[in-house]
Design a protein around this ligand. Structure first.
Ligand SMILES: Cc1cc2nc3c(=O)[nH]c(=O)nc-3n(C[C@H](O)[C@H](O)[C@H](O)COP(=O)(O)O)c2cc1C
Length: 188
């Protein structure tokens, strides 16, 4: 069976990253997870949509790991979605390739959680900024899973970072196990 989880890490400077680099390493340690380092694979920013669609075939879950940049994902992740989730594949006539797959966002923010509230500098809860991703999932018939959020990513305690990495690992393991259970029940 192909690895059921695709973990897409979108960070333009992973060498300087604290949180996202740690979480990408956490994901790499889990059997059943393929890790795609977008900025490494596409340094010129030209995403090969057809290649990416093949990469998703057979996956049950897509995880998007990224730092929040100006209330959204870094640009190359948007380009990846634009090029990959195409008409006739992700949506529209016969466009059901993503139907039933899970979408999990795993996000790091610079700000503390309290900054994402009516009294905070960002004025809105983080969930509201994630609406385009949520609706994209819905439009393509995907299951939206509760995002994993790591606030205050550059200044948090080391123990906290490690604990969050463990939480991500458990979540990924659960998704891998759920996929193999489903495959066994289909094969039975
Ligand atoms: C261009 C840019 C825009 C950013 N915009 C936001 C933002 O809108 N909200 C926020 O909380 N942090 C913002 N940050 C902070 C990053 O989210 C934070 O540095 C990152 O999640 C830390 O993860 P890393 O250690 O993996 O780089 C921004 C950082 C950069 C470089």
């Amino acid at each position: 069976m192909a690895n059921p989880v695709l973990f897409v890490i979108a960070h333009p400077d992973l060498g300087q990253s604290r949180a996202n680099r740690h979480f990408a390493a956490s994901a790499k340690s889990i059997e059943g997870v393929d890790v795609l380092d977008l900025y490494k694979v596409y340094p010129d920013m030209f995403v090969d949509g057809s290649h990416e669609r093949h990469r998703i075939d057979g996956k049950s879950t897509i995880v998007l790991q990224f730092p929040i940049y100006w209330y959204a994902a870094p640009g190359l992740l948007k380009e990846w979605i634009d090029r990959t989730f195409s008409y006739g594949w992700a949506y529209g006539t016969n466009g059901n390739a993503l139907k039933g797959k899970n979408l999990l966002l795993s996000i790091a923010t610079g700000s503390e959680e309290k900054a994402y509230g009516p009294e905070g500098v960002h004025h809105h809860p983080l969930d509201e900024f994630l609406l385009p991703y949520k609706q994209t999932a819905r439009f393509c018939g995907m299951n939206w899973l509760d995002p994993l959020v790591y606030y205050h990513a550059r200044a948090s305690e080391k123990d906290h970072l490690i604990a969050h990495g463990e939480k991500l690992k458990s979540r990924l393991s659960e998704l891998v196990h759920a996929a193999s259970k489903q495959e066994m029940s289909h094969g039975a």
